[in-house]
Write a protein of this length. Sequence first.
Length: 149
Amino acid sequence: MIRVQREDFDLGTELRALTEGNHAIGGLASFVGLVRDMAGGEKVGAMTLEHYPGMTEKMLGRIEAEALERWQLDASLIIHRYGHLEPGDQIVLVATASPHRQAALESCHFLIDWLKTKAPFWKLEDTPDGGKWVDARDSDDEAAARWAK
């Protein structure tokens, strides 16, 4: 399941809904990304995330479909927020559920690595020197490269 939304999400509610009634699930893995108050040694007062509606959901769907193809998953969930976010706010939730922990853990790691490099979101950080667009990082590309087929 994919959701791109402005509103916050409740982690417990989302994870319960993902696994409710499915007693074949033996492993549930999740990652929650949060807004930091520092980036590259510079203070960040807030972050604005922008996306291209339609294109974003389509790409997230492709990423999720690849995870479902690679691992035996009973369920998956990607929630990504957009709009104005403050330090400490939740940005993203990725969760995967499988009969086995290894598939849940690996697929969750795969999804978050690929989201960082392939999902069409643009981040503008509010710093004391003004707004700064966040550039792609080599370390994110290196992390995602290990999942290439």
